[in-house]
Design a binder for this molecule. Structure first.
Ligand code: PLP
Length: 439
């Protein structure tokens, strides 16, 4: 393949964006499953049949005792925090880099997110920084398995046990992955997976709450349906039972977080293919890594040898010094992204600010009033303060790019396309010095 001038500098693009396959890839099984739901005429409910079957099969697959379908991964996280007895003024430890859903659930319960720095390579919560923020109000730790690469769970669990804290895994991106031979989703007391259309088990929207703990399951079951007096034993062996023990009596605070039968059918019909999907994307990530091997100052993110990743996102780390670039990393990053996109490969940063840099955490009105370590109210000052306070998270954000997009992820691409994408990256990297002319 010819490596002419960069497309961003007037050369011919190497790839057309249209050559990349889109996700999700649904077929006949999914159509039949949804039509069967419509024919049956049961569309939702605590004991709706497809919902129950999905919950049982997913729990089995993960190796947990219980799973509950929710209408989003976010609501599964919210249920986990309720089951962890998180209340007003409590604190939850979260990584400073990641997705806003977890911190939002904390805020919605009147609790306070306490952010800590992350591992520079994976973006996952750094266990060694937890002790710095734990105090008498800390209730839980919520590690996110960023891009589907499991966090350092044994160290997190050890710290949690030392302080008597509940660990909730944000496994929204980490379907089918393992940590030291154990299944992600069974490592903490509870976990949440997402069924958003971009994920490995897409159902449009949706989520799955997972736990081994009967009491936490019962609390989550109730909280999912407006705190109604639903009990576990009444569900067992009685598929189809949808009547709470004391009809419509709410016994704990809850929300309306149930999913529906159409999303359950979509997820259930794809469940048998999940393991193959994950194994294929792992092979594609390996192929991409091999194709990009040897580029000075650029590499695909490393996954520690004791775990497997779902490669929900593919991060490329770069080092401006090693690459001989004389620009600040964040400036070069933006040029790199623009150059890749001009060649037809989608790329970006996934997150553009650190989590504590979101304006919702500014000390102005609403949630900000409850802030312990008061944050600046000006959004720019807030963003800069977050950068200074969490150097690893900031370095990760500034010195890496995320390849592919949610609409056209690695998971959807065959080997040929992966090789072509790698050729684009190699082309741009070979001409990286020319990008400096664009400043
Ligand atoms: C790490 C992480 N946590 C939580 C969520 C929330 O999941 P949902 O979009 O299904 O609510 C997402 C969604 O992308 C996520 O990536």
């Amino acid at each position: 393949m010819s490596h002419g001038a960069l497309a961003i500098l007037g050369g011919a693009p190497l790839l057309s964006e249209l050559e990349l396959r889109t996700w999700p890839r649904l077929g006949g099984d999914e159509v039949v499953a949804v039509v069967q739901v419509l024919d049956r005429g049961i569309l939702a409910g605590d004991d709706a049949p497809v919902t129950r079957r999905l919950e049982e099969r997913f729990a089995e697959l993960v190796g947990a005792r219980h799973a509950l379908l929710t209408h989003a991964g976010t609501s599964a996280l919210h249920l986990a925090l309720i089951a962890a007895k998180t209340g007003s003024g409590d604190e939850v430890v979260l990584p400073a880099y990641g997705y806003i859903a977890g911190p939002m659930c904390v805020l919605a319960l009147g609790a306070i997110p306490r952010f800590v720095d992350v591992d520079r390579e994976t973006g996952n919560l750094d266990p060694s920084s937890i002790d710095d923020v734990v105090n008498e109000r800390t209730r839980a730790i919520m590690p996110m398995h960023i891009h589907g690469c499991p966090a350092d769970m044994d160290e997190i669990l050890e710290t949690a046990a030392r302080h008597g804290l509940v660990v909730v895994e944000d496994a929204a991106q980490a379907h089918g992955t393992t940590y030291r031979g154990r299944s992600v989703g069974t490592l903490g007391a509870m976990a949440a997976f997402s069924l958003h259309e971009s994920k490995a088990l897409p159902a449009g929207e949706g989520g799955l709450f997972v736990t081994d703990d009967d009491a936490m399951m019962e609390t989550a079951l109730r909280a999912r349906s407006l705190g109604r007096d639903l009990r576990l034993h009444e569900r067992e062996g009685k598929p189809g039972l949808r009547v709470p023990s004391a009809p419509l009596l709410s016994v704990i605070p809850g929300h309306m977080f149930r999913g529906n039968e159409m999303m359950a059918a979509l997820a259930l019909s794809q469940l048998p293919r999940l393991a193959a999907r994950i194994s294929t994307v792992q092979k594609m990530a390996e192929l991409l890594g091999a194709e990009l091997d040897g580029l000075p100052g650029l590499r695909v993110q490393r996954v520690p040898a004791d775990r497997t990743a779902s490669w929900y996102k593919v991060r490329l780390h770069f080092d401006v010094e090693e690459a001989g670039i004389e620009l600040p990393p964040c400036l070069f990053r933006d040029l790199f992204v623009r150059a890749l996109e001009a060649e037809g490969v989608e790329a970006g940063s996934w997150q553009h600010v650190l989590l504590p840099g979101h304006p919702v955490f500014a000390d102005v009105g609403g949630f900000g009033q409850r802030w312990r370590d008061r944050s600046p109210s000006d959004p720019v000052a807030l963003r800069d303060a977050a950068r200074a306070r969490f150097p690893n998270a900031n370095a990760l954000l500034e010195s890496s790019v995320v390849l592919f997009s949610e609409r056209r992820p690695l998971m959807a691409q065959p080997a040929d396309t992966v090789r072509r994408v790698a050729a684009v990256v190699r082309k741009v990297w070979t001409h990286r010095h020319a990008l400096q002319r664009l400043v």
